[in-house]
Structures are given as C-alpha cells and as structure tokens.
Design a protein around this ligand. Structure first.
Ligand SMILES: CC(C)(COP(=O)(O)OP(=O)(O)OC[C@H]1O[C@@H](n2cnc3c(N)ncnc32)[C@H](O)[C@@H]1OP(=O)(O)O)[C@@H](O)C(=O)NCCC(=O)NCCS
Length: 226
C-alpha cells in the first residue's frame, strides 16, 4: 500500500473498468437504477469499477444523483401559479389562521387590501395579504413549506407594491418567532423597530403564548426597500 491513494488506485486499475466515455454515456441510467433501488452493478457491469477509479466521473455521478434526488432535473413540478384572489376571503381563512393567533385581530383585517394566492392541485396552498404597502398576513400550508413558495409570494408582492408606486414594503412578526425572522431576512428585509408587548390579552392574543421556547410578547417591524 503506497501513501498516495490515487497512485494506488492507478496501479491497481480494475480490468472491468469501462472508461470515461462509456461511463458518461450511461451515467443517467445508472442514477435512475440507484434511485429505483435496483442493482445497477448487475445491469451495468464495469461502471462501478470506473466510478471507484475515476474522481471526475464519480463527482459527476454524485452531482447527478443529488440533483435527481431533490427534483432539480427535467421532471420537477413547475412552480405553483400566483394570482390575485378574487373570491371571498373566508375561503382562505385556514391560511390566515396559520399566521394570526388573535381571532379579534383577524376579523378586523381579513377583508382589507389585496391577497395573492399560490394554487396547487387541491386549491390554495399559500397566500399573502398586502395592505397599504404592508404584508399583513401570509402563510404556506404546512405540507408545502420549504419549497420556495413563500419566497415567490414575496417576489409577487414586491412587483405589486412597485406597480402601486410604493418605495418600501413593511412586515411585522413576533420577536419570538426565530423562523419568521430568518425567512424575512433571507428574502431581503431589514429590521426597523421593536414594539414591546404587542401580543397580549389586551390586544386580543391568548395569554402565555410561546414560540421557539420564547414567550410571545414583542413585535418586530422589518422593511424592504423597493
Ligand atoms: C413563513 C412561511 C410563509 C415561509 O414559507 P415557505 O414557503 O416555507 O418559505 P420558503 O420555502 O420560500 O423559504 C425561503 C427561505 O426562508 C427560510 N425559512 C422559511 N421558513 C423558515 C422557518 N420557519 N425557519 C427557518 N427558515 C425558514 C427557508 O429555509 C428559505 O431559506 P433558504 O433560502 O436559506 O433555504 C411559512 O413558514 C409559514 O406559512 N409559516 C406559518 C405562518 C406564519 O408564521 N406566517 C408569517 C406571519 S408574520
């Protein structure tokens, strides 16, 4: 055994190695077989030996496999369309409630402004309510979070606010909600101010609310320059 694994690999070239050209030609088939849980080594003899011996081809294989696993290849579903909601707001109440703990507050603003909706097969899968340059309420159904739908709703809101001649988009969220603070900053918002004791029974919120283990008390205002 030498101290250089690559030299060792070269000296012990496997006679079954098919070579780069042949490996590249069938790499996508090999990836499909791996993903289908079949036995690619039996179907494509010589290819595993080549991937073990050839770093660049193995990198291609790993990259192709990762892309296929997270749906970046051709059969990935198209992003859900985003449109202005024209029906009754009550149709979207379940989404509004994902982002609002106070029934009183929700009743006071649910019919305000414009609502953008992302639609999936079963209907609305995400929404964003824009009221006078403020994102008043937004949510994505739990089963579709983390796919970029929230980011696309924000992008659509930016376009809408710009076309209304606004120069700033504002949003408020709980200081305790670390996930939301991350989400809004990842899409470009910056902190503007903190409003203490915004979420209390006096303002219509249940007592002792907690988010991420932090008592839900203060509201953070964020802004994005358009
Ligand atoms: C906030 C919410 C709308 C985000 O929608 P989403 O479709 O899941 O967001 P995206 O997939 O577009 O995420 C965009 C970025 O924000 C991040 N992000 C989104 N939600 C996050 C969370 N809860 N915690 C940490 N990061 C989060 C994503 O990881 C992504 O960052 P990345 O580019 O580094 O991967 C969604 O989590 C939700 O409906 N939450 C419950 C309702 C709510 O609290 N609404 C906000 C009221 S102010």
């Amino acid at each position: 055994m030498t101290r250089w694994p690559q030299l060792e690999q070269f000296l012990r070239t496997d006679p079954r190695d098919v070579g780069c050209e042949q490996a590249t030609a069938v790499l996508h088939v090999y990836v499909d077989l791996v993903l289908a849980g079949e036995q690619p080594d039996l179907e494509l003899p010589g290819l595993p030996e080549h991937l073990r011996a050839c770093g660049p081809c193995n990198d291609d294989f790993e990259g192709l496999l990762a892309a296929a696993r997270d749906g970046r290849l051709g059969d990935a579903a198209p992003p859900p369309p985003i449109e202005i909601h024209t029906g009754p707001r009550d149709e979207l109440r379940h989404l509004f409630e994902e982002a609002e703990d106070s029934p009183e507050q929700l009743a006071a603003y649910i019919d305000d402004g414009v609502v953008l909706v992302a639609s999936g097969e079963g209907g609305a899968i995400g929404h964003l309510q824009l009221v006078d340059g403020e994102i008043k309420n937004m949510a994505v159904v739990p089963s579709r979070r983390g796919e970029g739908i929230g980011r696309r709703l924000i992008e659509a809101a930016i376009d809408l606010a710009r076309s209304d001649g606004r120069s700033v988009l504002a949003v408020a969220t709980a200081a305790a909600d670390i996930g939301n603070l991350r989400f809004y900053q990842r899409v470009g918002f910056r902190m503007r101010s903190v409003e203490r004791d915004a979420f209390t029974p006096a303002t219509g919120y249940p007592p002792d609310l907690v988010s991420d283990g932090i008592p839900l008390r203060d509201r953070v205002w964020l802004e994005l320059d358009l």
